[in-house]
Design a protein around this ligand. Structure first.
Ligand SMILES: [Cu+2]
Length: 290
C-alpha cells in the first residue's frame, strides 16, 4: 500500500517526467493527456492490487509457515460460500472500473465535431500509406469542399504526413486490402484501418517536429516497412506544403479503397461508418465530405 501511495503521489502530480509517464512518450497532441491519464490510472490500480497480493503472500509466508517441531496440517477451508463470492465479486468490480474509465475516454476521443478546418484521408495499403488532403485550390487552404491534394509512399520511401500545429485535424482511415493500424507513438494513439469500414478521429497537434508513424497490425510480408513520418509544422508551412503538392501535380485523391472507387467492372467494398459515429451508416465514398 505504501508503494501504491508513492506511485499515486508521483503519477498524479502536475509534472510530466519520463518516470511518471511510465514508459509512454511525451504527449504531442491536445488529446494525448487523456490517454496518458488512463494509462497512469491503470498502473495505480495495478500497483494497489499488486501491493495487496504481495502483502498477503508475505503475511502467509511469515506468520503461517510450518512450525519447526509440529507436523500438523492447518485447518483446510473448502467450499466457503462467502469467500467464493468474494473471489467472484472483486475481480468483476475491478474489470468494471477499468472498463468504465476506458469506455468514457474512448467515446470522448472518438467524438467527431463539425468545426475542424483540416480533413485528411489516410489510406493504409500493402505496404505503405497514401494521404488525401482536403484542399481548396482557390483559397490555398484546406477546406471541407475544396480540391484534394495527395501524397503517397512506398516501403522503401516512407511518406511524410504534414499536420498544422494547433489546428484540429479530422482523420478518416480507409483500406483497400487488409486490416492495418494507424499508429503515431508520440500521439499515444492507434486506430485500426479496416477494409470496408470508415474509422474517424480528430486530434490537435501541440508540438512541432518530426515523429515516426507505423502500421501496428501484422498485414503481410512488408508490414515492418510500413512506416511514415509525421511532420507537425506551423499552419503557414502546412499551407505551403499543400501548395507544393499541387504544383507537383498531385491533385485529386488517390483511391480510398472502398465505395464508388472500384476498378471498372468491379464491385467496390461499400464504405461503412462505424456504429459509434453514425448508427445509419453511409455507403458512398466521400459522402461524409472529407
Ligand atoms: Cu499494415
Amino acid at each position: 500500500m505504501a508503494l501504491a501511495g508513492a506511485v499515486l503521489v508521483a503519477a498524479s502530480g502536475c509534472t510530466n517526467s519520463a518516470f511518471t509517464r511510465l514508459g509512454f512518450p511525451d504527449p504531442a497532441t491536445a488529446e494525448a493527456p487523456t490517454i496518458l491519464h488512463l494509462w497512469q490510472g491503470s498502473w495505480i490500480a495495478a500497483f494497489a492490487v499488486g501491493a495487496l497480493v504481495w502483502g498477503l503472500i508475505l503475511w502467509t509466508s511469515f506468520f503461517h509457515r510450518r512450525s519447526r517441531h509440529g507436523i500438523e496440517v492447518p485447518p483446510q477451508t473448502k467450499y466457503n460460500i462467502p469467500i467464493e463470492l468474494l473471489y467472484t465479486a472483486v475481480p468483476t468490480i475491478m474489470v468494471a472500473v477499468l472498463f468504465y474509465f476506458t469506455a468514457k475516454d474512448e467515446s470522448q476521443l472518438l467524438k467527431i465535431t463539425p468545426d475542424q478546418a483540416t480533413s485528411i484521408n489516410v489510406v493504409g495499403r500493402q505496404w505503405s500509406w497514401s494521404f488525401n488532403y482536403n484542399y481548396d485550390a482557390a483559397t490555398g487552404v484546406s477546406g471541407q469542399n475544396g480540391t484534394a491534394v495527395y501524397d503517397a509512399g512506398t516501403p522503401g520511401q516512407p511518406p511524410h504526413l504534414y499536420l498544422p500545429l494547433g489546428e484540429k485535424v479530422k482523420f478518416t482511415l480507409t483500406s483497400p486490402d487488409v486490416i492495418h493500424s494507424f499508429w503515431v507513438p508520440a500521439f499515444l494513439f492507434k486506430l485500426d484501418v479496416v477494409p470496408g469500414r470508415i474509422n474517424q478521429f480528430e486530434l490537435t497537434p501541440t508540438k512541432t517536429g518530426e515523429f515516426i508513424g507505423e502500421c501496428a497490425e501484422l498485414c503481410g510480408v512488408d508490414h515492418s516497412r510500413m512506416l511514415f513520418w509525421v511532420d507537425v509544422v506551423p499552419p503557414d508551412q502546412y499551407k505551403a506544403h499543400l501548395q507544393q503538392l499541387q504544383t507537383q501535380g498531385k491533385t485529386g485523391q488517390l483511391p480510398v479503397g472502398c465505395g464508388t472507387e472500384a476498378a471498372p467492372g468491379q464491385q467496390g467494398i461499400p464504405c461503412r461508418l462505424g456504429p459509434m459515429t453514425s448508427p445509419k451508416g453511409k455507403n458512398a465514398t466521400g459522402s461524409d465530405g472529407w
